[in-house]
Design a protein. Structure first.
Length: 307
């Protein structure tokens, strides 16, 4: 099962990325590379973000090459068969119960109901007001169509039997209500508003589900490149519950046997600092047994992404 889809094209092409990578590998000064990217028409902020990401990934690569051989690996043993470690990213560090059980954000008292260190999962209570949930559903309802996933070969979208819900995505800041909620999320997660993907709404009818999957994309697949070129990797997800289904519909994390009940106004946050199953963030939306389930999902990227 592959990552859920939501975004569109942008100017930092794979060709530019490859060019910048080769310049970095050839030890060209970063400020020169940056100047040239800007000269090639990349907006300055995007060029800085993308170049930072490429430099960080190059440093991680160099660090990995310098690290001693893992326990049990013979010194000098050919390493061609060893998988390269996934690139490590910064992730959102939400305001949490480390300081308080109640977080004041955007005039609301959001509670911390549960935390897990690995995988990093936090369940928030009262993130959305009841009428905000109702309004999001009403706005989304006329626009929902069958849900899709990212096609990891082409980079486009395709339907998948593991994701049977229907849904839609709002543009970032599409209405005052949406912008307010998105800014609240940015404040709670301490992560830039512009790094949040368009808010996605999902509706599950009885029997519908989203089988366990990861939200990051596999960077070794060709279809990942257009996605990664527009804001980099996903590093965290926030699933907000817009209603309380009478039965079923929990968000599950099978690696750790956790099931988060869908309760209107609550949300589950989880982060992943690398595109790798070791994050333990395999998760899914369990089948709805009675009634229907509505959620709003916000995915957070390394850099600013399409609205
Ligand atoms: O519906 C859920 O509980 C989970 C949704 C989800 O996994 C996703 O949107 O990526």
């Amino acid at each position: 099962m592959t990552a859920p889809s939501s975004s569109t094209g942008g100017p930092f092409t794979d060709e530019l990325r490859q060019w910048a990578l080769s310049e970095i590998a050839a030890a060209r000064a970063p400020d020169e590379v940056l100047r040239e990217l800007i000269a090639r028409g990349i907006p300055e902020e995007l060029a800085v973000d993308e170049l930072t990401r490429l430099l960080e990934s190059r440093l991680a690569e160099l660090k990995q090459q310098r690290e001693p051989a893992p326990h049990g690996t013979a010194e000098g043993h050919a390493t061609a068969d060893i998988q390269p470690a996934a690139e490590i990213q910064h992730v959102p560090q939400p305001l949490t119960a480390e300081t308080s059980n109640l977080i004041r954000v955007d005039g609301r008292e959001v509670s911390v109901l549960m935390q897990l260190k690995h995988p990093r999962v936090i369940v928030f209570g009262n993130l959305l007001a009841q009428d905000e949930c109702d309004k999001l559903i009403a706005l989304a309802k006329p626009r929902i169509t069958a849900s899709s996933v990212i096609d990891m070969q082409s980079g486009g979208n395709r339907q998948d039997e593991g994701r049977t819900s229907s849904g839609m995505a709002f543009r970032r800041g599409e209405t005052k209500l949406i912008e307010r909620i998105e800014r609240r999320i940015a404040a709670l997660l301490q992560w830039p508003y512009e790094n949040g993907e368009a808010l996605q709404i999902l509706r599950y009818a009885v029997g519908q589900e989203y089988k366990p999957h990861y939200d990051y994309v596999d960077p070794t697949q060709p279809g990942a490149l257009p996605f990664l070129a527009r804001g980099g990797q996903r590093v965290a997800s926030l699933v907000m519950y817009l209603n309380t289904p009478p039965r079923g519909g929990a968000t599950n994390f099978p690696d750790v046997g956790l099931e988060v009940a869908a309760v209107k106004g609550n949300a589950v946050f989880f982060s992943y600092d690398r595109a790798d199953p070791s994050t333990g963030t395999l998760h899914g939306g369990m089948p709805v047994i009675a009634g229907e389930k509505w959620v709003a999902t916000k995915w957070l990227r390394v850099s600013r992404t399409d609205p």
